[in-house]
Design a protein. Structure first.
Length: 419
């Protein structure tokens, strides 16, 4: 059983002292709810906001606690209030999608003033992804029990966006039965983009649980895959052995800055799926310089990364967020423009956009969230308490809302050098 007595996923027990901002927050709830098209139910049964019963409903159990947390810490306090059980929603993902889609555009001036005040809070320097801190930050998330991830991921144990079949207008046709095939399709698309085949010397940065490395080895590639997660390192080695490709897969516990190629000529191909988001903006030059150094002449790198609009990235890159504090410390979601600028300034690499799949990630996260919620008793049996479950339910719904509202996207990028 996992010890949860002092777990990092718990919000602060002591409510912040923010009387003025708390009162301002209280007075903005009703107009905010109306502008957002949501409904807010108070403990006495009164409903603030719109009258449309189809609108997402937020239930306040301890409204004063929510007001104080939000007044003091803005969106971080909003998330901590949910973790603490101070409010709930009938459909959390729908509620957060509505908020994500409209809040900045229609928030009343008092809330915008509060946001400007709270935006002065900066991330702790301890989250900088130096080689030592990067290992700690990765293990913060990925060295949770492997059994936890098995409860909500599919049989491939792939923890990144799947690519589903689409209908006539391009909408993903996603259900749980299709998820393994959609993940394998995503893996094959990345391997195809990098030109991985028989005899390819492939480097994978960010091993996960080994699905991509095994798929590449089955194509006849020789795979060197690196991770900072002790749990994932062991799991990927086991998976390669079970698949009968251990002789073609070398799994190493290693920072991307310390990778040495198997030969002086470098790797024919490099693949990295949703690793860039965890590097941290300060270290993007190091990451892309490493790709440039490790890629053989004529080689190709295929990157899958979550992205956001460039102006949003600039506005948030130094700020503390709920996700950084409780889920992924040290990371930063890039914009495509930032990737292009970094490669142009520090490397010989060219960046080609090869597809975007934001709606597919929203669908993937919906399926993960539904599976996670169905397995609540199994999560508890792992020693992960109610505070953890609320934290991760919010994480999955929050992420789904970001893609559903169009604030986030996921891109396939091809990197190569001019002939």
């Amino acid at each position: 059983m996992r010890d949860t007595t002092a777990a990092w996923w718990r919000p602060p027990d002591t409510l912040p002292s923010a009387p003025i901002r708390g009162r301002l927050t209280r007075f903005t709830v009703a107009p905010m709810a109306r502008r957002l098209g949501i409904r807010v139910m108070l403990p006495d049964g009164r409903v603030l906001g719109g009258t449309d019963r189809r609108a997402p409903l937020m239930r306040l159990h301890r409204p004063e606690a929510l007001y104080r947390r939000f007044g003091a810490f803005g969106p971080i306090g909003f998330g901590e209030s949910y973790q603490a059980g101070e409010w709930d929603a009938e459909d959390l993902a729908a509620l957060l999608t509505t908020v994500a889609g409209h809040l900045r555009a229609i928030a009343p001036k008092p809330v915008l003033w509060l946001t400007r005040f709270q935006d002065r809070r900066r991330r702790s320097p301890e989250t900088r992804n130096t080689p030592w801190a990067a290992a700690r930050n990765v293990r913060h998330h990925y060295d949770l029990p492997e059994e936890l991830f098995a409860l909500f991921l599919d049989e491939t144990m792939t923890y990144s966006a799947a690519i589903f079949p689409t209908d006539a207008v391009g909408r993903p046709q996603a259900d749980e039965a299709q998820l393994p095939a959609a993940q394998r399709h995503k893996i094959d698309r990345l391997l195809d983009l990098a030109g991985v085949g028989l005899g390819t010397q492939l480097l994978e940065i960010g091993t996960g649980w080994g699905a991509l490395a095994v798929a590449a080895a089955r194509r006849g590639a020789h795979v060197h895959t690196v991770t900072l997660s002790v749990n994932q390192c062991g799991a990927a080695r086991r998976r390669a052995a079970e698949a009968g490709v251990a002789d073609r897969v070398r799994v190493e516990l290693c920072d991307y800055r310390d990778i040495h190629p198997r030969s002086a000529g470098g790797y024919d191909a490099i693949v990295s799926a949703e690793m860039l988001e965890g590097v941290g903006g300060e270290f993007w030059p190091d990451y892309f310089t490493a790709l440039d150094r490790l890629l053989a002449s004529g080689g190709r790198a295929a990157i899958q990364t979550i992205t956001m609009r460039h102006d949003d990235m600039l506005a948030t890159r130094a700020k503390d967020t709920w996700i950084h504090r409780y889920i992924f410390p040290g990371g930063l979601i890039p914009s495509v423009s930032a990737v292009e600028a970094t490669c142009r300034q520090y490397t010989r690499l060219r960046v080609h956009r090869a597809g975007s799949y934001g709606s597919h990630y929203a669908a993937t996260l919906r399926l993960w969230r539904e599976r996670f919620d169905r397995h609540a008793d199994d999560v508890a049996a792992l020693g992960l308490d109610r505070a953890f479950q609320r934290t991760w339910h919010l994480y999955l719904a929050y992420s789904e809302a970001g893609f559903a509202a169009g604030h986030l996207d996921v891109e396939h990028l091809l990197l190569d050098r001019a002939p």
